[in-house]
Design a protein around this ligand. Structure first.
Ligand code: ME8
Length: 518
């Protein structure tokens, strides 16, 4: 039985339509999920929407609709976006689903049984936009004396009777956890932030609300709904079949929670504390990725620079967008995008380098060999050298990607593509056609092998295009084991497989002249 690998994205607030940050997170997690499947893991991948809380309730009220109606309307956009971006999730969870209510109430009862919940009065600052409580010392003052959270969002004073979670009890267990598992929070910068926060002392956390009712009811406590983060975090357990167990429970604990840097505290402090309290195993890793900025600026509705990711995918192609986001935004750091940057990167790497290489090779074979796979021909040391270079580049990709060094992995892969382009220029198969057909066969056969290896390796990043390319070669085996399968070529040739006239896989994109306002 393959080793399980459970990966999740954050669940997104459907109080508006998805933006490029949401798309980025889904794409990155999807590439990791696909990579792990290729590596032979038994992958479960979950994404979804986080539908409770005051922010949803207030947005719905402003729009004159119920929170549920708003959630239904907006959640559909997130789910459609996942499909459009070729996200390979196994479940799109919505926190209004019945099994999620059961899981949330079960973890609540488990925390209660540990003696970690008590009823008291909360008075303090709350940010609706962050759905977060803050301490006085964390706040700054904005215009007109408005108090602001560390995220720059307005906070308001709230006072109500609520349930508290004894977070203060978990300071030492959390510090022990971080010390024993240096990879629990990544990247390093995020880990240091969390360490400083926890070392500074933890106060008990208000975990229920009485001033509104849009949430999961607290068991046995009429009038209380759970603080939205309690139920939101529990989605990861719901997706693994908690509390019923069963077949999906093999996926718990999660291997990787992919989230943005603004919500690391919830995932690396509150979440493991809740789980410890409930007596459940802890996730193995929380990765806090950076923010995608619109030409260096934070996206905001008021600045008017919020871009619909599907418009970008329509303009440039899903795979161009996926490749750009993973190649140009260093995983774990903030990065900028612009239509010009997307088209420039996709043209340089995908169209001009990889796509052109495949197109030249395949159309030459289709035209001159009637699509038959080239014969072994007369080998030259340059052929073995190319395959060795490609194998090394792919090996580097796999080694780096496995440790989430995503941008360096893509750079390694490009070295393999460059090696092929150099080889084709030096070997010039088109001029061998008349002078030395035996060499021509050997060169083209080497290229077919090399391109197949490169296409398999890049599948997690550009699944549709690399998949279509492999279809043209009739290459059906696509996991990492297929990279070591030397018999593939002889088998295909033996079947009399023919390469059809190729359709271009990575069309050249028009690079927008000006950076038109988004
Ligand atoms: O925080 N660039 O939901 P959310 C990159 N519901 N990532 C970004 C981003 C940007 N510009 N803006 C947001 C929530 N994100 C909670 C999560 S999980 C149990 C509950 C990321 O819709 C953000 O960091 O505000 C988060 O990981 C995800 O998008 C959803 O953000």
């Amino acid at each position: 039985m393959a080793d399980p690998f459970y990966i999740t994205t954050a669940i997104h607030y459907p109080n508006g339509r998805p933006h490029i940050g949401h798309a980025y997170e889904m794409i990155a997690a999807d590439a990791i999920a696909r990579f792990q499947r290729q590596a032979g893991r038994d992958v479960r991948f979950q994404t979804g929407t986080d539908e409770h809380g005051l922010k949803m309730a207030q947005t719905a009220r402003d729009r004159g609709m119920t929170a549920r109606a708003l959630a239904d309307e907006m959640s559909a956009f997130f789910s459609e976006m996942a499909t459009s971006l070729h996200i390979s999730h196994d479940r799109f969870i919505r926190t209004v689903e019945a099994d999620h209510y059961r899981a949330s109430q079960a973890i609540w009862e488990a925390m209660q049984a540990s003696g970690d919940l008590y009823l008291d009065r909360y008075e303090g600052w709350y940010s609706v936009r962050d759905e977060a409580f803050y301490e006085e010392k964390e706040l700054t003052e904005g215009e007109g004396g408005q108090r602001l959270s560390p995220q720059g969002t307005p906070v308001e004073w709230t006072a109500e009777e609520t349930w508290f979670f004894r977070l203060s009890r978990y300071q030492q267990p959390l510090l022990d956890l971080y010390a024993a598992n240096p990879g629990f929070i990544r990247p390093e910068s995020r880990r240091n932030e969390v360490l400083r926060f926890v070392e500074g002392g933890l106060t008990d956390l208000s975990v229920s609300r009485t001033s509104f009712d849009w949430g999961v009811p607290v068991p046995g406590s009429p009038g209380h709904v759970m603080y939205v983060w309690v139920d939101a975090l529990t989605n990861y357990l719901t997706g693994a079949g908690y509390p019923d167990g069963g077949d999906l429970w093999r996926y718990w604990p999660a291997d990787l929670h992919v989230i943005g840097k603004d919500i690391v505290r919830f995932h690396a402090v509150y979440w493991p504390a809740f789980l410890m309290s409930a007596g459940l195993p802890l996730p193995r890793e929380v990765f806090g990725h950076g923010f995608v900025l619109n030409r260096g600026e934070k996206m905001s509705k008021s600045v008017g620079n919020v871009v619909d990711p599907l418009a970008l995918a329509d303009a440039f192609g899903v795979d161009a967008l996926r490749y750009f986001l993973l190649r140009d935004i260093s995983w774990g750091q903030d990065g900028s995008y612009s239509p010009r940057a997307i088209a420039t990167r996709a043209n340089a790497d995908l169209s001009n380098s990889f796509g052109n290489l495949a197109q030249r090779t395949l159309s030459f074979i289709a035209k001159n060999l009637e699509g038959a796979l080239p014969e072994p021909g007369r080998a030259d040391p340059a052929d073995a050298a190319l395959l060795a270079a490609v194998t090394e580049a792919n090996g580097e990709f796999i080694r780096l990607f496995a440790e989430q060094s995503i941008t360096p992995a893509l750079e390694a892969w490009m070295r393999g593509v460059f090696a092929c382009n150099q080889y084709i220029d030096v070997q010039a198969p088109w001029s061998l056609r008349k002078t030395d057909p035996e060499r021509m066969h050997a060169v083209l056969g080497t290229l077919v092998r090399a391109i197949r290896l490169l296409a398999i390796t890049i599948l997690p990043v550009v699944p549709a295009s690399a998949g279509a390319m492999l279809d043209q070669f009739g290459a059906d085996e696509r996991d990492h084991a297929a990279l070591a399968d030397d018999g593939w070529y002889a088998r295909k040739a033996g079947e009399g497989f023919r390469i059809g006239p190729p359709t271009p896989i990575f069309p050249r994109l028009d690079v927008p002249e000006e950076e038109a306002a988004a």
